[in-house]
Design a protein around this ligand. Structure first.
Ligand code: NCD
Ligand code: ZN
Ligand code: ZN
Length: 349
């Protein structure tokens, strides 16, 4: 494989926020440039809690896909204390719905309607286990007295381990992992437990967020951790283990909501995500491992066919713009006005 070009099976994004309405005209084309499919998170206002709402949302996304592009949104249901077992059964038989998202109530953006006590959803989890419908987890505790840097580790020990004991066959993805504890935990589990890793947790650590001034565009949840955790994530992502696969967690917020005295959590990475993952893998001398992580392991986990099409990247620099139109305002992308080292080669070139 030449180091100036790489060609890989077209990748998928297994964790994505597209938002809704006007925002879709910006977010959908950015993801569709690179990814064939994406799991779209259901944390809208109000959240996507029914099959009917998920299918209607999917139609709005499809309406924003550029002509000639085959981007396929894969949908999720938002788990609440009151989600019914019958809705889970409907979800299982609705093809574009492939998972259920678990937010502990209050943990992150638009999670107020999430699960308040895990016991409340045991009947639903039991049915999901029987139906082999995967549970996607934002894995942080919400207790305000737990240090924000420890919330993922606490969740693993106090919620996730007991949950897996109670539901030994439940298929589960620990989303956007940020610590060496999460890596070790996932490695210890059977193959029905996997994790997504974002590009920002591979590229950055908490110094980028806090040293020399607070940088709100590096604020996301789970929050960036210290460099040793970043190194553990890099090792996991580039190591060729199929339990770890690509999920950008690209999560746009308007500039005004980020640069605010109570700034929103979320990093908008879709405009350069696959290119930045290539940077990480290249820096590790592991470009040949990118295809497994980006294009194979997620599809295999979800029991979906691998993509047939190819994506070609060339090693040449470009700069994302300072912002993009977004709903009423603008959204600032990762690497705004800075250099990205890889570029997608368009078919026509
Ligand atoms: C996400 C969002 O903005 O929707 N924010 C984030 O910081 N990751 C929510 C989430 O994935 O937790
Ligand atoms: Zn999350
Ligand atoms: Zn997310």
């Amino acid at each position: 494989m030449s180091s100036d070009y790489i060609s890989l099976t077209q990748p998928d994004d297994w964790h994505l926020h597209l938002r809704d309405e006007e925002a879709l005209t910006t977010t959908v084309p950015h993801s569709a440039r690179a990814f064939a499919r994406a799991i779209v998170m259901p944390n809208l206002e109000p959240p996507v809690t029914t099959v009917a709402a998920a299918l209607a949302y999917r139609d709005r996304i499809l309406a924003a896909v550029p002509a000639g592009n085959n981007f396929q949104p894969l949908m999720t249901l938002y788990l609440t204390d009151s989600l019914k077992v019958e809705e889970i059964e409907r979800a299982k038989s609705a093809e574009p719905i492939i998972a259920v998202k678990y937010y502990p109530a209050g943990v992150t953006t638009n999670s107020e309607n999430g699960v308040s006590q895990i016991e409340n959803v045991y009947p639903v989890l039991q049915r999901m286990e029987e139906l082999e419908l995967p549970l996607l987890i934002h894995g942080e505790v919400t207790d305000t007295d737990v240090d924000i840097f420890d919330r993922e580790q606490q969740f693993i020990e106090t919620v996730l381990r007991p949950l897996l004991q109670r539901f030994p066959q439940l298929k589960l993805v620990l989303e956007h992992i940020t610590t060496s504890h999460a890596v070790d935990f996932v490695l210890q589990q059977a193959n029905r437990v996997a994790a997504t890793i974002t590009v920002h947790h591979l590229l950055y650590n908490r110094n980028h967020l806090l040293a020399g001034g607070v940088r709100p565009h590096f604020f996301c949840l789970p929050v960036l951790k210290r460099s040793s955790h970043q190194q553990a994530l890099i090792k996991a992502a580039t190591g060729g283990n199929p339990k770890f696969f690509l999920g950008t967690d690209s999560a746009p917020h308007s500039r005004h909501n980020k640069e605010n005295d109570c700034g929103c959590a979320g990093i908008y990475s879709a405009p350069s995500a696959i290119e930045l993952y290539a940077e990480v893998f290249e820096a590790q001398g592991a470009l040949e491992k990118l295809e497994g992580f980006a294009s194979f392991y997620g599809a295999d986990f979800y029991g979906l066919p691998r993509n047939q099409s190819q994506l070609k990247l060339s090693k040449s620099t470009w700069q994302p713009p300072k912002d993009f139109p977004f709903a009423e305002g603008v959204v600032v992308p990762i690497r705004a006005n800075e250099t990205v080292n890889w570029r997608i080669v368009e078919d026509a070139e």
